[in-house]
Structure formats: structure tokens, C-alpha cells
Write a protein that binds this ligand. Structure first.
Ligand SMILES: C[S@@+](CC[C@H](N)C(=O)[O-])C[C@H]1O[C@@H](n2cnc3c(N)ncnc32)[C@H](O)[C@@H]1O
Ligand SMILES: [Zn+2]
Ligand SMILES: [Zn+2]
Length: 383
């Protein structure tokens, strides 16, 4: 199936622009790559808000598309920097991306004034791209956001708390029971939680305590239990697990065929201080720590809230089964997933339901659905 981004929403054409030259800046290798690298670094650190609306899995950098569009539509000798910083326009030009993905190409083309079309075999790609192209005409959503904060935020907030701080991420690991000796163990592929080049956070392979280490540390002794951890030497690698007790090795997919849907264990959380004013807390102030019983209790409370809502009919989740036949790849069912909702943790599953509760005015419902889908894709952090 091919779904087109509706031409009307993709169209921002004005008067005709200059014709596309027969030989362009791009063909004469006149796009300044060194400048582009600097743009790319900035783009990667701080994406334009519109691209944060959905965590599309394979996004090329907007600066690359802007440069390419300028490069192919201007003659050699043109002042690339002046064009990039504002002089360029593609009014009267039609741009088509037949594999539009997250829509960066069509959005950048549209920003330059082109009439942009995209299509994709994946309807989510089309929905994301359509959202981006419609953004300029979106109604002011502040009122809806305030309603959401009240109706949903207040219900969800207790499930994402760590004292006075906020829980940004929950880290889960698959817990497996050896098929030979029945020892239970976590299938960590490695023990590194994060390494930003300044600090490495790693977990102790023996007791699960989080160690704060210099970047790139290969192995360490735990400050709590004294146990030794080789950061790269987890029990799960390349889709296989090796039992730490008896060294029995099994492919995770075979394991799931035998035992059903994977069992997950909450082992760490990332938290950050909360400010009352609108100031952003720098990400360097985040804390990664071992998950506590209180974190698990919060998760259980979220799951119980979801279960209660489902049983009394105030919440509803689509129960569609995952069809066993007709896939080019049978991994989902082989891993024991039977329904689409099995792919979400209960707390995340509760989120779209809660977010579905307020009534939206007109078209903003679609925008919220796409954004929420993007958030959920982003929050399914599993090892
Ligand atoms: C890597 S993305 C490219 C996105 C975008 N062009 C970019 O460069 O950022 C590739 C996209 O091609 C789509 N795709 C693959 N085969 C396709 C087909 N036969 N028809 C339409 N789209 C297809 C995929 O769904 C995916 O969204
Ligand atoms: Zn074993
Ligand atoms: Zn330890």
C-alpha cells in the first residue's frame, strides 16, 4: 500500500522561482562539506522542535536536506552560505520524496517554499510527514496542553517520581531461567548504562549497583559488594544467552518459543531534579541509579491502575491479536507476543489511554495521536 501525503497540505507554492540550472552547485562539488559538518553537529545536538514531534527511527539531518536542495537548485559560483542562511527559495519547484520516512526532506523543501510531495509504504511515515507539513497551520494547542497536564499529568506524575525528582527513564532487562540448570539470570548484553564521553555509568554484574566511572572504563570493582565487572561481558549477546552457572547457551528466540513472552526486570532508573519555574535542568544533572523497591512499587501501582481501568471499563486498550500468518518475519510471534498491546509495558500502555481521555477540538486529536505514538516508541527502552 502506498499512502500519499495529501497534496493540499504539502503545498506551499507561491510565485514561480528561478529555473533549476542545467549544471548545479552540487554537481560541481561546490557544497562546502566542512561547513555542513558543523551544521550537522548542531542539528544532532538540538533538533528543530518539529522533528521532536515523533521519534522516527531513521531521520537524516535537516541541514543535509537543506544543503542538497540548495545545492541542486543553484548554479555553480552561487554564494552557498548566503543561500543557506536565508536567500534561497524554491518557490515554483516541485519536490517528491517517494520514500518519505520521517518527512525531513519534504519539510525542508516546504520551508524553502517548494511544493512538496511524499509517499511511503508505511502509513505511520505518512502520518508523521503530514503532521510536520501541517504544523504551520496548526491551531494554538496551549489550551489542550494545559488540559492534558491537568487531566493526565496529575494522574501519571506519581508513577514517575523519585523523591522530589522526576524519573526520566526506566531501564528493563530480560530475565531468563536456564533451560538446563534452572538458574535465573539477567540477559544484559553488557553492563554499560550510558557513556557520553565524560562519564560512564555501568552496573555491577554481581549486585546491580550503579558505578560512576571515567569514560571508556573497561572493568571495575564494585564499591558496594567488591565484585568485579567486565563492562562488555554480559550474559546475552547476538541474540543468545549463556548461563553464568552451567554455560548452557540458547538463542533468545528459542528460549521464548519454549517459555512464552519474555519476562522483564526493572534494574535501573534515570532521574532528574524538577524545577518549579520553566528553567530546563541541564542533562548533566541527571542521576542514574539502581532501581529500588519503591520504583517497582510505583510500576506495580501503574499496572494496577491500568488493570482496574480495564476491568471497570474506564480504560480501553485495543486487544487486536498479532496475526501469526502473512509476515515476512515471524519474530514477534516467536518471541511469544500474541497481542499488539503485549509490546508495551503496562505503565506505557496506560499513557495513550489516559491521553485519549480528554476531548480534543477538531484536528488537534490527530496531532496528539502522532506525537503520543512517537513518545511511546521513544520510551520503550529495553536492552
Ligand atoms: C530510510 S527511510 C528514508 C526517509 C527519507 N527519504 C530520508 O532520507 O530521511 C526509507 C523509507 O522508505 C520506505 N519504503 C521502503 N520501501 C518502499 C516502497 N516500496 N515504497 C514506498 N516506500 C518504501 C520505508 O518505509 C522508509 O520509511
Ligand atoms: Zn544453567
Ligand atoms: Zn556490586
Amino acid at each position: 500500500m502506498t499512502v500519499s501525503v495529501a497534496p493540499d497540505v504539502a503545498t506551499r507554492a507561491g510565485r514561480a522561482g528561478p529555473p533549476i540550472p542545467s549544471v548545479s552547485l552540487a554537481e560541481m562539488d561546490e557544497i562546502p562539506i566542512e561547513t555542513l559538518i558543523r551544521f550537522a553537529l548542531r542539528d544532532g545536538r538540538r533538533p528543530r522542535p518539529i522533528y521532536t514531534a515523533h521519534k522516527w527511527f531513521a531521520r537524516r539531518l535537516p541541514s543535509v536536506f537543506r544543503s542538497l536542495l540548495i545545492g541542486v537548485s543553484h548554479a555553480p559560483g552561487s554564494d552557498f552560505n548566503a543561500l543557506y542562511y536565508g536567500d534561497a527559495h524554491l518557490r515554483g519547484t516541485v519536490v517528491l520524496d517517494p520514500f518519505v520516512g520521517g518527512g525531513t526532506s519534504v519539510f525542508e523543501a516546504s520551508r524553502l517554499g517548494a511544493t512538496a510531495y511524499g509517499c511511503d509504504v508505511d502509513p505511520v511515515a505518512c502520518a508523521v510527514s503530514r503532521l510536520e507539513l501541517e504544523a504551520a497551520d496548526m491551531p494554538d494547542l496551549r489550551h489542550t496542553l494545559d488540559t492534558l497536564k491537568k487531566q493526565v499529568g496529575e494522574v501519571m506524575a506519581p508513577f514517575h517520581k523519585s523523591g522530589d525528582d522526576l524519573v526520566l527513564h526506566h531501564f528493563w532487562v530480560q530475565h531468563v531461567t536456564c533451560g538446563t540448570c534452572t538458574t535465573g539470570f539477567d540477559a544484559h548484553p553488557h553492563y554499560i548504562l550510558s557513556d557520553d564521553g565524560k562519564t560512564r555509568f555501568a552496573i555491577c554484574s554481581q549486585c546491580g549497583e550503579v558505578a560512576v566511572l571515567p569514560p571508556g572504563t573497561a572493568e571495575f570493582d564494585c564499591g558496594l559488594c567488591g565484585g568485579h565487572t567486565v563492562c562488555d561481558a554480559g550474559h546475552g549477546k547476538g541474540g543468545r544467552v549463556v548461563c553464568p552457572e552451567c554455560t548452557h547457551s540458547e538463542a533468545l528466540i528459542e528460549y521464548s518459543r519454549r517459555t512464552g513472552a519474555p519476562e522483564w526486570r526493572l534494574f535501573a532508573v534515570e532521574t532528574i531534579g524538577k524545577t518549579e519555574d520553566r528553567k530546563v535542568v541541564p542533562i548533566s544533572k541527571r542521576v542514574l541509579r539502581r532501581a529500588t523497591d519503591e520504583d517497582r512499587r510505583q510500576y506495580d501501582a501503574a499496572a494496577a491502575t491500568l488493570a482496574l481501568g480495564l476491568s471497570d471499563g474506564t480504560l480501553e486498550l485495543p486487544g487486536d491479536p498479532i496475526e501469526a500468518e502473512g509476515w515476512s518475519d515471524d519474530r514477534l510471534t516467536s518471541y511469544g507476543y500474541r497481542r499488539w498491546t503485549d509490546l508495551f509495558r503496562d505503565a506505557a500502555g496506560a499513557t495513550p489511554q489516559r491521553l485519549g481521555t480528554p476531548r480534543y477540538d477538531g484536528s488537534s486529536g490527530t496531532q496528539f495521536r502522532v506525537t503520543i505514538e512517537g513518545r511511546i516508541v521513544g520510551c520503550q527502552r529495553r536492552e
